[in-house]
Design a protein around this ligand. Structure first.
Ligand code: FUB
Length: 451
């Protein structure tokens, strides 16, 4: 019966999701681990929900996991629930503690690692669920991994042929080739907690490094280095930091910050690195759709670059995200690449329905907003559609560079949201950065699209 439920949920195919940050709309997602399986990027993340038992659980509240896939990092498919708290034999079916997961492939099997509150209420353990395909169905093991007490597992499949599991605040141990048990030759230490003695397996790779309330380690191998990347708390909010080593289990040398604290102080951040089609990407989360409650988060992605010495360039979070947007899509100008800030800003279209998204205020003449990497294809556009709202008749123009314009367009006044389609005579093919300038009046702008 349990297995049937998993099969049914794994067969559920969600609708296509959209480009720009955050990349997943319609549900809250957090703690993203992105992996390349076959020719797609697969996203394994936590699923924040609004607590069904408020106010007791008005904190992190997570009952299941979804997975998402994409071929272009722009259009995402939700494959539905791959594991529910009720189906974990050793977990608390009402724990709402399905925190940050990971998934790796070995010999055609997919190993999904997840933390969960244990049935006996003895804190967190890490379990494994196994599937034949990335989208499941996943069958959870009867017991959690012996020797791990903690959260946020991440598995590194190293070039030395071994797999290493990292968790919690930077602990690491080697896995057996079966991927579901810790190897027998891991170092072991006995720690005393009050009058209780506990055996700790593996090593603490963040010992001696900046690590206040560190969690969510993500380890990977690239450029001849092992990278241990992790969030830790600086001035009350998490930053993403990293350390490098020539060995998977360290010692690691601290190198610096990958992403600074968020401006609105969303307390957590949690991330992963992935190389897809030759480019590196950083997946992370922010509370975009829930600005007043930072435990309902949403996954974002931005590009990340390495310097020749292997160090990582700091990533500045963007609204625009990554990937090329077809000119015929609704180009969400509120997810801009750049903006002229005077008298501009964004707001929810409907604060009661945050997943409907935002609009941008372009309140006066000369305001502009730019959205990069729009693909016009091979034929010039014949029409532009604008979704806007303007207290007075306004004029806008579209520019690709200082002397390359698609023309200007008159927008009649409209006190409600209006879609207007106007003919285009200018030329545009291939990839363009689209700058929209207000030449007269002022407006609120939702999206534009080209035919
Ligand atoms: O999502 C719950 C917890 O918050 C994760 O396990 C941590 O990494 C932090 O993002």
């Amino acid at each position: 019966m349990k297995r049937l439920a998993l099969v049914i949920s794994a067969l559920f195919l969600g609708c296509a999701l959209f480009a720009q940050n955050p990349i997943i709309k319609g549900l809250y997602t957090a703690d993203p681990t992105a992996r390349v399986f076959g020719d797609k990027v697969w996203l394994f993340c936590s699923h924040d929900i609004i607590s069904p038992v408020e106010p007791e659980r008005r904190w992190f509240c997570m009952e299941d996991y979804h997975t998402f896939s994409s071929e272009d990092l722009v259009h995402w498919t939700d494959h539905g629930v791959i594991l529910d708290q009720k189906n974990v034999p050793w977990g608390n079916p009402e724990g709402y503690s399905m925190w940050a997961p990971d998934c790796v492939e070995k010999d055609g099997k997919y190993y999904f690692y997840f933390p969960n509150a244990s049935r006996e209420g003895r804190g967190f353990a890490v379990g494994v669920a196994i599937a034949d395909r990335p989208e499941g169905p996943y069958v959870p093991q009867a017991e959690p991994i012996k020797g791990i007490n903690g959260i946020d597992p991440c598995v590194l499949q190293a070039s030395d042929g071994n797999a290493y599991i990292f968790w919690g605040n930077g602990r690491c141990a080697k896995l057996k080739p079966n991927m579901i048990e810790l190897a027998d030759d891991n170092p072991k230490t006995t720690v005393k907690w009050g009058n209780r003695e506990m055996e700790m397996v593996g090593v603490n790779c963040l010992e001696g490094l900046p690590n206040r309330q560190a969690e969510g380690p993500f380890a990977f191998e690239a450029n001849g280095w092992f990278y241990l990347t992790y969030p830790y708390v600086r001035q009350n909010t998490e930053v993403l930091a990293y350390a490098m080593s020539k060995n998977p289990m360290g010692p690691y040398e601290y190198k610096g910050i990958i992403m600074e604290r968020s401006v609105n102080e969303c307390w957590t951040n949690h991330h992963s690195f992935v190389n897809y089609k030759g480019e590196w990407y950083l997946f992370y989360h922010h509370n975009d759709y829930s600005p007043s409650f930072d435990k309902n988060r949403s996954v974002r992605v931005d590009k990340v670059r390495f310097n020749p010495d292997g160090s990582i360039e700091q990533v500045i979070p963007t609204f625009r995200g990554v990937g090329v947007t077809p000119a015929s899509d609704q180009i969400q100008m509120d997810r801009y690449s750049a903006i002229y800030h005077v008298a501009t800003g964004i707001d929810f279209l409907d604060p009661a329905k945050p997943f409907d998204g935002w609009f941008v205020h372009l309140g006066r003449t000369d305001c502009w907003v730019r959205y990069d990497e729009v693909d016009f294809g091979e034929a010039d556009p014949t029409a532009i559609t604008v979704r806007y709202c303007a207290p007075q008749a306004s004029k806008i123009s579209i520019w690709f560079s200082d002397n390359d314009s698609l023309g200007s367009f008159d927008l009649p006044a409209s006190s409600t949201w209006k879609e207007i389609t106007l003919p285009v005579t200018g030329k545009a093919t291939g990839l363009k950065n689209v700058k929209l300038v207000v030449n007269e009046g002022g407006l609120d702008l939702d999206w534009i699209s080209f035919k």
